[in-house]
Write a protein of this length. Structure first.
Length: 362
């Protein structure tokens, strides 16, 4: 998830160096951008410090180095830069370059949220919704989602849609859920259109029953062991090309990484369709809306959990559902199903939001 903020420097020479780094970054010369920004970061410029951290965090032009990223995020966060506070919170939450500390992550997100930074509001809302590093409080979570959603953050709009769809701390309200899912879909949030289709299906299923029994609730949908997960948000690379600056101001590359959105209801997969998997035993690590998204997610998972995925190769399986295509991310092969289950257990222990299933084999 990308956020850009317009800031200006006071010193013309420093501005020229910063601008030179920005131009290098925009043309994909990340090594030169890092060189330019390091000059200003060492002098204390918070924008340059944040940008240096983003490059090390994302591994653009250098090997990924979360320890070095943390150092520069901390310098900018200490000056009150909300994007750095948010990203530093992500490092503590995920245990990248530092021991996991959800309470510290909550502190950092709280500081950034107080400045109205939408991604921090969203991340803090998830912490309250899940009781991670803070006491569970759905009312507070909903307030934070609402604030971020009104700032047009698609992640928060989708989460707010889930709150009303499932009745998290409120009476279920499908009309309100639809409104937020539509806004998230307009913002191209992956999974929002699938939830809109689900609402249509539920409404169609409920209509005949309500005609026969006015007060009847629609029956719950059956669970399925091979349910297709909703298309997941592609892991956001912690750096992206900023927009061209207007004449009046220069942008900082204030990229921020959001956690996954609120848990989605999984769509049952038709029993007649078997999971698309190559021969042998593999790990099914998610369904993405594009092959490129699957490749991006695999790269991030290999970087974050290298010990679990050693010697594995990625495969992408195309699956069609209701005239929509999904691309399953598969990793393997795995020696046997028990080994596969153990890898999934370890993965979900480290990242409770991760999708992992063993497919193929006897």
């Amino acid at each position: 998830m990308i956020g850009l903020c317009l800031l200006a420097l006071r010193v013309p020479a420093a501005e020229a160096s910063y601008e030179s780094g920005l131009q290098a970054y925009e043309r994909g010369d990340y090594a030169q951008a890092l060189k330019e920004w390091l000059l200003e970061a060492e002098k204390g410029d918070q924008r340059a410090q944040h940008n240096v951290a983003v490059i090390y965090d994302s591994g653009r032009g250098v090997p990924p180095d979360p320890v070095e990223a943390r150092k520069w995020y901390e310098r900018a966060a200490a000056k009150g830069l909300p994007a750095s506070q948010n990203n530093l919170g992500m490092l503590f939450s995920k245990g990248r370059g530092v021991e996991p500390d959800q309470a510290r992550a909550v502190e950092l997100w709280t500081a950034a949220a107080r400045q109205g930074y939408s991604l921090a509001e969203f991340n803090l809302g998830l912490a309250y919704a899940n009781g991670q590093g803070v006491e569970k409080d759905m009312d507070r979570a909903r307030e934070l989602f609402q604030s971020a959603a009104t700032k047009k953050l698609p992640d928060a709009q989708f989460a707010l849609g889930q709150v009303y769809h499932l009745g998290f701390g409120v009476e279920p309200d499908q009309k309100e859920a639809r409104r937020w899912f539509e806004l998230a879909a307009a913002g191209e949030y992956r999974g929002a259109r699938e939830m809109l289709a689900k609402l249509d299906q539920e409404r169609a299923a409920a209509a005949p029953q309500q005609a026969a029994v006015p007060d009847a609730e629609p029956p719950p949908q059956p669970a399925a062991s091979n349910a297709e997960p909703p298309p997941q948000p592609e892991p956001a690379a912690p750096a992206a090309a900023p927009a061209s600056p207007p004449a009046a101001a220069k942008p900082a590359v204030e990229t921020a990484v959001a956690t996954a959105a609120a848990p989605s209801v999984q769509q049952p997969e038709p029993a007649a369709v078997a999971p698309a998997a190559p021969a042998g035993i593999h790990l099914w690590l998610g369904s993405l809306p594009s092959p490129e998204g699957a490749e991006k997610q695999w790269k991030q998972m290999r970087e974050s959990f290298a010990d679990l995925f050693q010697a594995m190769e990625m495969q992408v399986a195309e699956v069609e559902r209701d005239q929509r295509k999904f691309y399953r991310l598969l990793a393997g092969p795995v020696a046997d199903r028990n080994r596969g289950k153990e890898i999934c257990r370890q993965l979900q222990e480290r990242d409770p939001e991760a999708w992992c299933k063993v497919v193929g084999g006897p």
